[in-house]
Write a protein that binds this ligand. Structure first.
Ligand SMILES: *Cc1c(COP(=O)(O)O)cnc(C)c1O
Length: 364
């Protein structure tokens, strides 16, 4: 049996997802210790104490199914951002939500628009349902929203925008997003994926929830994997108009978010000190990365995320390999069509120092 022949055409075009290399794997391969991983945009401060306590308190109740409606977490999110609980959909990480949007609003032969160099989960979920991927060529590594508008037709169901985008770090302003939304037909769903929004400064941050009243076709997606430090637990949330949330919640698996994830998410959503500490470190250390690149003649894409993408102007794979031998894991992004770049997650000051030293060593 050739099972490949029985899957839909979209699935045939998928390649396996390339995750960041786990520390344990590199330890096994090279037999070295003191490895640092700056490869998956994880939180360098580790798991928040507030979430640890919430998990301990939850231990006794793990025999029961989690609350399928996530009542308490939704209430916490609603209170924090002045929303209604019926606008919220919870996901097993925001990747789960991205897939849910595609499943809910598109199917075979429908068109889904996203940018070249945009987050790799958009092509993944598009192809998995055999929808047509409309990948718009990037402008300066970022979204060409004029190109998006030109690509919209009667088959278009969904548009994905990552802001800031991963792996490029590009950022669209409130004015750009609003001008775009004003021109998108109201029966086309626009997903604004804000997995990194907590790293933007308060002045430049988009009031995405504020746009929902005017643009009912907008869905805002957020993650607790990055600034909140819960990547291993898998939890994210979407905010939309209540009718959309109702549809999403019908398609969603009833127990897609586990009890430990729900409990710790409630704790960290109330832990502003943690997120502020994380964002501050990112701001200060990002400035050091930029200064380092400038001082050493390295080209980089200015980033509003918790990572920076460096252009080596030549194949980056050997540099990646050499960094591994120094015990530093970063992320090759050839899978995004960027073979000359490496994406480096902003770490703690001492981790970043190690990266700077290792890079200078392997570049000579
Ligand atoms: C990391 C990331 C996500 C979030 O993933 P989770 O499933 O919430 O861990 C979503 N969108 C983008 C652009 C990302 O980089």
């Amino acid at each position: 049996m050739q099972f490949f022949n029985i899957v839909n055409e979209g699935v045939k075009s998928l390649s396996p997802y390339q995750a960041g290399k786990p520390i344990e794997e590199l330890e096994r391969e090279l037999g070295i210790q003191n490895i640092i991983k700056l490869a998956s945009n994880e939180n360098p401060f580790g798991f928040p104490e507030s979430a640890k306590q919430a998990i301990i308190n939850q231990f006794d109740d793990l025999t029961r199914y989690p609350d399928s409606n996530g009542f308490e977490l939704k209430s916490t999110i609603a209170k924090k951002f002045n929303l209604q609980s019926n606008q919220i959909t919870l996901g097993n990480g925001s990747n789960d939500l991205l897939e849910l949007f595609a499943h809910t609003f598109a199917c075979d032969k429908d068109e889904i628009i996203y940018s070249q160099y945009a987050f790799i989960v958009y092509p993944l979920v598009t192809k998995a349902i055999n929808a047509v991927a409309c990948e718009i060529p990037a402008k300066n590594w970022g979204h060409d929203l004029e190109g998006f508008l030109a690509a919209i037709n009667e088959k278009t169901k969904l548009i994905f925008i990552a802001n800031p985008n991963n792996p490029t770090g590009n950022f669209l302003s409130q004015a750009e997003i609003e001008a775009f939304l004003a021109k998108v037909p109201s029966n086309v769903i626009v997903v604004l994926d804000e997995a990194y929004t907590e790293f933007t400064s308060v002045e430049e941050r988009i009031d995405s929830f504020g746009l929902l009243a005017k643009y009912p076709n907008l869905i805002v997606s957020r993650s607790l994997s990055k600034a909140y430090g819960l990547a291993g637990l898998r939890i994210g949330y979407a905010v939309s108009n209540p009718e959309i949330a109702d549809l999403l919640n019908r398609v969603r698996q009833p127990f897609n978010c586990n009890s430990l994830a729900l409990a710790s998410a409630i704790a960290v959503m109330n832990d502003d000190d943690f997120v502020q500490k994380v964002a501050k470190n990112n701001r200060l250390e990002m400035a050091r990365y930029e200064a380092f690149c400038q001082a050493n003649g390295l080209d980089y894409i200015p980033s509003k995320g918790n990572f920076i993408t460096i252009d080596f102007k030549r194949p980056a794979a050997p540099i990646y390999e050499a960094l591994l031998r120094e015990g530093v894991i970063v992320r090759p992004i050839a899978g995004y069509g960027m073979p000359n770049h490496l994406r480096v997650s902003i770490g703690l000051p001492e981790e970043n120092d190690r990266f700077f030293t290792a890079l200078l060593k392997v570049l000579v």
